[in-house]
Write a protein that binds this ligand. Sequence first.
Ligand code: ATP
Length: 197
Amino acid sequence: MPPRQAIFGGTFDPPHAGHIAAAVCAQDQLDAGVLHIIVANDPWQKSAERELTPAHHRLAMVRLAFGDVDGMEVSDVEIQRGGPTYTIDTVLELERPGIESVLVVGPAAASGVSTWHRAAELAQRVRLAVVVPVGQPPADVEGWRTETVFMDPVEASATLVRELLAQRALHGDAPGAARLVPPAVMSYIDEHTLYSP
Ligand code: ATP
């Protein structure tokens, strides 16, 4: 197998236990030299639907969540590039001769990859590693060279965390959110009064 690099992108608004578990399983199972954790600048399919937390805050939270893990590199390439975030641009920017790129996506993202910008070209350039709950069949995404990363499921989404934090801002208690977000990220959220309606 050629040397590989893995790429795990997201909005990370905010980063949570599901992201961390997916990244750790990807690192354990993909045999990639490095796992790039990439914070989207303007994920156009999401930013059309709601106002996102500014990218510099999301980057800071991702650095707190992942910064010290060996073999994982938090990257601001998409933020530096600016504008709408297209994964194909990121893959082209990170590509190195002789190194295979593996794009890591969770189950929800996997079902949408063929709607991404220049999807056919992206499918030519990367292998797609889909994070799948243990016990489910391996992933098979039509048109993509697919592999599977198995993970003990973590019932978390950024949407759920934002809802729990908004409830806490209104009612003063959110033990659920604190279970889903690393303590350093929780402190950052409090310090910058993020996610309070
Ligand atoms: P939102 O709820 O705002 O849509 P999200 O929790 O899905 O956000 P993203 O930053 O959009 O977070 O996700 C980045 C990547 O992490 C995507 O590939 C997504 O499928 C994956 N992911 C998110 N939550 C989980 C989870 N609980 N388990 C495994 N993968 C996940």
